[in-house]
Design a protein around this ligand. Structure first.
Ligand code: HEM
Ligand code: CU
Length: 646
């Protein structure tokens, strides 16, 4: 039962992960899958940068560049940043609120497998006739005319993985609202839990417009429906609206949890309460709300008119206010603290100025008249990478160091971590800082090459050197992770010594049910409060030791996701699709295509029926079993041997 205390064969381990509904294991799967896609998308970025290192380079072709560009952006946002943040949300949020798991563990697993199979589906495009090439925004004016099946892979892959993201978002909303331990009122929730809640709510409202838009585009491409084809009376701008109604909130979906992670890291290493907690909560909600009011700032040059542009410009600038509040709160948390410069804290200190730089250029772009100049230039590329790499990737790297002890009962190396930080951070600024000036000097984005003699050569060269340094940084991080397998186990609570919230109050390695008794929360920073009052155990409990009810593992989520995966192939090679795009791809017979669609969806629906009619009531862990598991864990912590006390 307890994975920590029993020895198992390799096959049993694999089966365990394929069927698990445990938030801690799902977190590890998200971390592994997200890292894989981060590496792939990073490699694509390097190829692009090598191509752009010199003018008129012929390292890769224009067509391949477009595919790399599209896959890099799409993968980084949907398949790397999102799952990596979900990894930390899964690993930490249930612990922070004192819960045994998420509200819907089965859905949690389904969300992961849908994301993963959607991602695999999208990547198969490289081997099956070519990847999508219309940019991560897939503007209809490009994508409707893109030959081959690349765009269909994009549409179907994002539908599947997007469904997974939506499901996970709903799960987190319900978890955070309903599963908090007694005493954990909303205004005592740690900031990472708060930002996860708001980010999940944004997913709930932002993904449906994307789903709708993708559906219309699918019908356009498969059946020639002409929603977006202006030559047939459609309107290509409608896609842009639908896309950005999703797309702008998407950046907050990613950056808010990153803010949350830094709001956990900074107080621990400044050894001070988070400054302005209530204003942080307020700012988070306000950013989430305003995030839906600004999408047309991506469309200033479309010609919506001066009034629309002015309204969206002002709304965009308004977001700087709550964001600025957050920045000042972080600084004031550090101010006067007794600071420990650990690796997570280094990332936090690097984050603040980098993110602010990205925010300032954001305000510049919000100025509609200036945006006419900056639009589609390298200035934009510099801006959003400052936000995304400076804000989100630093949060992910810093949090990996921060939470490694809880997630793996091991530590990442301090010295190697410091080296990684400096290599990556220097590379990051080298890559993207000069791109601001490339943009101002007129270099357009999304170009595969440029002529020399325009004064762009040197900056492009330096930018590529920076990208290579970032690549070295990522390799160092991977080495660090591999070394951590052999590092000393942590085997205790509160690894950093200054933990404040509940996840630090629990000893590692964790039993599968997390807390043997539900904790009682007596205030904000509950673990800190208990430590202050000299409580050695770190927790007070809301209930006596009693039976624990846990959910059963299930293979159904994986099978359901495989069903959608198969059906997507049917839709992809649909004979109708090939009629619309005559001569662009090998046709399949209607029979094969229909069989795949019906068979795949049939499999998914069959699983749903089984799930609905078969009662799955989970299982109970008796007090005796709990005591045995706790004794086993204690034995393991003391001796390093598993299963010894039996
Ligand atoms: C870590 C090193 C990274 C490097 C060296 C890098 C490099 C690049 C390059 C060369 C482009 C093409 C720019 C253009 O021609 O317009 C690009 C575009 C893009 N990148 Fe990155 N990038 C990195 C990280 C990231 C991350 C972490 C994300 C998101 C989580 C990201 C998201 C995007 C997006 C959305 C685009 C736009 C794609 C499009 O225009 O369709 N990048 N990046
Ligand atoms: Cu935006």
């Amino acid at each position: 039962m307890s994975s920590v205390t029993q020895k198992k064969g390799f096959g049993a381990h694999v089966w365990d992960y394929l069927t698990t509904v445990d938030h801690k294991k799902i977190a590890i799967m998200y971390l592994a899958a997200g890292t894989l896609f981060f590496a792939i998308a990073g490699f694509e970025a390097l190829l692009m940068r090598i191509q752009l290192m010199f003018p008129e380079s012929t390292f890769i072709s224009a067509g391949l560049f477009n595919e790399l560009l599209t896959m890099h952006g799409t993968t980084m946002l949907f398949l790397a940043a999102t799952p990596l943040l979900f990894a930390f949300m899964n690993a930490i949020v249930p612990l922070q609120i004192g819960a045994r798991d998420v509200a819907f563990p089965f859905l949690n697993s389904l969300g992961f497998w849908l994301f993963f199979l959607g991602a695999i589906f999208l990547h198969l495009s490289f081997f099956l006739g070519g990847a999508p090439d219309a940019g991560w925004t897939s503007y209809a004016s490009l994508s409707l005319y893109s030959p081959g099946h690349g765009i269909d892979f994009y549409i179907l892959g994002l539908q599947i993985s997007g469904a997974g993201t939506l499901i996970s978002g709903i799960n987190f909303i319900v978890t955070i609202i309903t599963m908090r331990a007694p005493g954990m009122t909303f205004m005592r929730m740690p900031l990472f839990t708060w930002t996860s809640l708001v980010s999940s709510s944004l997913i709930l409202f932002a993904f449906p417009p994307l789903t709708g838009g993708l559906f219309l585009m699918l019908v356009d491409r498969m059946f020639g429906a002409n929603f977006f084809d202006h030559t047939m009376g459609g309107n290509t701008i409608i896609w842009e609206h639908l896309f950005w109604i999703f797309g702008h909130p998407e950046v907050y979906i990613l950056v808010l949890p990153a803010f949350g992670l830094f709001s956990e890291i900074i107080p621990v290493f400044a050894r001070k309460r988070l400054f302005g907690y209530s204003s942080m909560v307020f700012a988070t909600i306000l950013i989430g709300f305003l995030g839906f009011m600004v999408w047309a700032h991506h469309m200033f040059t479309v010609g919506l008119g001066a009034t629309a542009n002015a309204i969206f410009a002002v709304a965009t600038m308004a977001i700087a206010v709550p964001t600025g509040m957050k920045v000042f709160n972080w600084i004031l948390t550090i101010w006067g603290g007794s600071i420990k410069v650990t690796v997570p804290m280094l990332y936090a200190l690097g984050f603040i100025p980098s993110f602010v730089a990205g925010g300032v250029t954001g305000i510049m772009q919000a100025t509609a008249p200036l945006d006419y100049q900056l639009h589609d230039s390298y200035f934009i590329v510099a801006h959003f990478h400052y936000v995304i790499v400076g804000g989100i990737v630093t949060a992910l790297f810093g949090s990996a160091h921060f939470y490694w002890p809880i997630m793996f009962n091991r530590t990442l190396n301090h010295k190697l971590g410091v080296l990684t930080f400096w290599v990556f951070f220097t590379g990051f600024h080298l890559t993207f800082f000069l791109q601001h000036f490339l943009g101002l000097m007129g270099m357009p984005r999304r170009v595969f090459t440029y002529m020399d003699g325009q004064g762009w050569d040197l900056f492009n060269f330096i930018s590529t050197i920076g990208a290579m340094m970032m690549g070295v940084g990522v390799i160092l991080l991977v080495v660090d992770v591999l070394l951590s397998i052999k590092s000393e186990p942590v085997n205790r609570r509160d690894y950093w010594g200054d933990g404040r919230s509940l996840e630090w109050a629990i000893e590692t390695p964790l039993p599968f049910y997390n807390f043997k008794q539900t904790p009682l929360v007596r205030g904000y920073d509950p673990y800190w409060i208990e430590k202050e009052e000299g409580n050695k155990e770190g927790m007070v409990y809301a209930e006596p030791l009693g039976e624990i009810h846990m959910p059963n593992n299930s293979i159904l989520p994986l099978v359901m996701s495989i069903g959608t995966f198969i059906a997507a192939f049917g839709a992809l090679y649909s004979p109708w699709g090939d009629q619309v795009q005559a001569g662009t791809a090998p046709g399949t017979s209607p029979a094969v295509s229909l069989a795949l669609i019906i068979g795949g969806l049939g499999l998914t629906i069959a699983c749903m029926i089984i799930r609905s009619f078969k009662d799955d009531l989970g299982f109970h862990v008796t007090v005796k079993e709990i005591e045995a598991i706790e004794a086993d864990l204690a034995h393991y912590r003391a001796t390093g041997k598993k299963g010894g006390s039996k």
